[in-house]
Design a protein. Structure first.
Length: 297
């Protein structure tokens, strides 16, 4: 009974963690890079794989498919998580732990404590079910394999799905105060705000398109906001020489712990009139002519 209770609890934990992370795989990749163990390119590939593994393990535990094998893999994965967090914390990283994605974050210390409890649940599962034969069955195995395939596809496709208006705080009608950007968007009147990652290889090309808008006197004023570091900002300004203001904003302000983030991936653009968002543009900025027509109307 203890083993089955621990199995069900651990299955719910893995399933919830995977489902919450699949909403924003790019943020998971950023957090993995922040641990200082693997680079950004490896993290970008590893994040969707990890999400699929967590969802698959959660389903396998809940349906009791290959219990001992599944519980052993889950325990090993939790041990890896725990070791990575201890290593990162020892290096002075105090970023929130994204165990359950951007929507349920904890401090590094609590993250270590929570993972320790989850690992104990995995060991209880192995201990409680250690003498039982694995419950297999072709149907259950096929179901778990199907979940693995679908969850990996969803994790890869998620950043490109049109769900941002449902899972982010940025919405038409919201004020700069609501978004945590009061005082961060200089100027008055109509402003096109560009949320940019200045380390993006395409940042210079984006700057050229924004320069075209900024150079049109009748168009809205252009302001870029970035969570990139001051060093990255300086390098970007040296390389791209933008004709618009670039404001650095702390990452935690754009993605506050326990709240919906302002974006899932960058770049993202929105038009402000006064202090209210009046239009949102994903993936690409609007043409200068579109902004002129909007202002004229």
């Amino acid at each position: 009974m203890i083993g089955h209770a621990a199995r069900l609890f651990l299955g719910c934990v893995f399933l919830l963690a995977g489902v919450l992370k699949v909403i924003n795989p790019d943020e998971l990749a950023r957090e993995m890079t922040g641990y200082g163990i693997i680079g950004a390119r490896v993290s970008a590939v590893a994040a969707p794989l990890l999400i699929a593994i967590e969802i698959t393990l959660g389903v396998a535990l809940l349906v009791a498919s290959r219990m001992r094998v599944t519980a052993a893999v889950a325990s090993i994965l939790l041990l890896v998580f725990l070791g990575a967090k201890i290593y990162s914390f020892a290096r002075g990283n105090t970023d929130p732990c994204g165990c359950f994605g951007t929507y349920l974050q904890t401090s590094p210390g609590w993250g270590i404590a929570i993972d320790t409890g989850f690992l104990a649940s995995g060991l209880l599962t192995l201990w409680g079910l250690g003498r039982r034969g694995d419950i297999g069955g072709r149907l259950r195995s096929m179901a778990v394999a199907t979940v693995a395939f679908l969850s990996l596809g969803l994790a890869v496709a998620s950043p490109h799905l049109p769900i941002d208006r449902f899972v982010t705080r940025l919405a038409v009608g919201r004020s700069l105060l609501d978004l945590g950007l009061q005082g961060k968007v200089p100027g008055e009147g109509r402003r096109l705000v560009a949320l940019l990652d200045l380390t993006d290889p395409g940042a210079a090309a984006i700057a050229a398109r924004l320069d075209a808008i900024a150079g049109e006197p009748r168009a809205a004023r252009v302001v870029a906001i970035t969570p990139s570091s001051e060093e990255d900002k300086a390098a970007f300004q040296w390389q791209a020489n933008p004709g618009f203001a670039v404001e650095h904003v702390d990452f935690a302000l754009l993605n506050p712990p326990g709240q919906r983030p302002l974006y899932r991936r960058l770049p993202r653009y929105f038009l402000v009139a006064g202090d209210r968002v009046v239009a949102i543009y994903d993936d690409a900025p609007p043409a200068a002519s579109d902004l002129i027509s909007s202002e004229a109307s």
